[in-house]
Design a protein around this ligand. Structure first.
Ligand code: ARG
Length: 252
């Protein structure tokens, strides 16, 4: 009896191991892709009037899912936890996410789909005009973003990290900050609502480098990466990509 039990246990464990291997296989085997985002980043992602995530990235990933013959389910979470959730809570992430060497250590990226740069949001009439003026200043950022990494390198800066970029902008309006460092398009969107008091300045003026947005996927899932890249390519070729840029981002 004991022997039989042992044999059974072995069989169960072997099956477990095998299915474990199976679950490590490509995400392309799934019918539904669970996509993580942080819907606090207009026009790429925001929560619409019905409480649903919408925006350029959301429309793009839905179109990619369609090309791949997959359903897409969007999960809204904090930006800072997206990368570490890939491969567990989510299958991939689209969130205006910049390709960085650090992130590439744990995830694989698609081909880039958008070029951006960090902008500096300043009160109208601010004396901050170049990189050296940022030294020793009070800077607001969204936590875990490239804006956060840039601000953290500025000598003598006091960096306040927010879960939402819009909260940093509110603290700038309340004069608790001297500036906010955030990506170009959200900067322009946030400023457009308060253009009587704040302005969005191109980060090139501060020496900030161009960044590329890409979709983050589990490291080593080359099948997923190639399917996403070919979907992206055909959306560029058939004009869908340009239509989405026009609809959500507008003319450059
Ligand atoms: N591009 C920046 C980064 O990758 C900011 C992205 C923030 N995205 C968002 N959905 N909140 O770090």
């Amino acid at each position: 009896m004991k022997k039989l039990l042992a044999v059974c246990m072995c069989a169960i464990m072997a099956a477990g191991l095998l299915s474990g291997c199976g679950s490590k296989g490509s995400v392309t085997g799934k019918d539904t892709l669970i996509v993580g985002t942080n819907a606090e980043f207009p026009p790429f992602e925001y929560v619409d009037d019905n409480g649903e995530p919408d925006g350029f990235d959301i429309a793009l990933i839905k179109a990619i899912g369609e090309k791949m013959g997959k359903q897409v389910e969007v999960q809204n979470m904090e930006f800072d936890s997206l990368v570490s959730s890939i491969g567990s809570k989510i299958d991939l992430a689209i969130a205006g996410m910049t390709v960085t060497e650090e992130r590439e250590k744990t995830v694989d990226f698609s081909d880039p789909y958008y070029t951006a740069v960090q902008y500096v949001i300043l009160p109208n009439g601010s004396a901050i005009a170049g990189y050296d003026d940022l030294k020793g200043s009070r800077i607001g950022v969204q936590m875990g973003t490239t804006g956060d990494f840039i601000a953290s390198e500025i000598a003598g800066s006091t960096v306040s990290r927010y879960n939402k970029g819009v909260d940093a902008v509110n603290d700038l309006l309340n004069e608790r900050l001297d500036c906010v460092i955030i990506d170009k398009n959200p900067a322009e969107t946030f400023v457009s609502i308060h253009s009587d008091t704040i302005q969005a300045v191109d980060g090139a003026q501060f020496g900030f480098e161009e960044e590329s947005y890409a979709i983050a996927m589990p490291s080593g899932d080359s099948q997923l990466v190639s399917q996403v890249n070919s979907a992206l390519k055909s959306l560029k070729e058939d004009g869908t990509y340009d239509q989405l840029v026009k609809k959500y981002i507008g003319e450059e």
